[in-house]
Design a protein around this ligand. Structure first.
Ligand SMILES: [Mg+2]
Ligand SMILES: [Zn+2]
Length: 159
């Protein structure tokens, strides 16, 4: 898992970290069932200058398994997010499962992070995870990511 010859990377959660959630803390959908991608304050301004970093998004989307949205619509939403950020994302991983599936990718497990690290030659021991929930911190820890930063601190939100 550790790759001391690899590069440091930034791993980001999606909902509540990079983009807004609805009142039910779900990814919002429009009338066509497409994902509404609305960046949270300061996200674009903070990330665009960091384009020389390896940057990944790792997101739990159990709504795919539950039939609320499709994997294709979620992929389209991440491509749209990447475009809004100036095409700076290196890659992303989406876990479509629920807890019942007992997969290795759903956070708080570290599978999405370790898979990306293997694919892109990331040194997790010099990498950082940014997220808004405890599952994000636990996933980073499980994967061997050195540092976890709360989204509100990373992006400088008040309260
Ligand atoms: Mg979140
Ligand atoms: Zn999964």
């Amino acid at each position: 898992m550790a790759n001391p010859n690899g590069n440091a990377a930034l791993f980001f959660d999606l909902g509540g970290t990079l983009v807004k959630l609805n009142d039910a803390r779900e990814i919002p959908l429009d009338a066509n069932g497409d994902v509404v991608v609305e960046l949270l304050p300061g996200v674009a301004e903070k990330l665009r200058p960091m384009h020389d970093h390896l940057m990944f998004v790792v997101t739990n989307q159990a709504g795919i398994r539950r039939g609320r949205l499709t994997a294709g619509k979620m992929e389209a939403a991440l491509a749209k997010l990447d475009h809004q950020l100036g095409d700076i994302l290196t890659a992303w991983q989406i876990c479509p499962h629920t807890d019942d599936d007992k997969c290795e990718c759903r956070k708080p497990k570290g599978g999405m992070i370790t898979e990306l690290a293997d694919l892109y030659g990331v040194d997790l021991a010099s990498s950082t995870m940014v997220g808004d929930q405890e599952v994000d911190r636990l996933a980073a820890k499980a994967a061997g990511v050195a540092k976890f930063v709360a989204a509100k601190d990373f992006f400088g939100w008040q309260g």
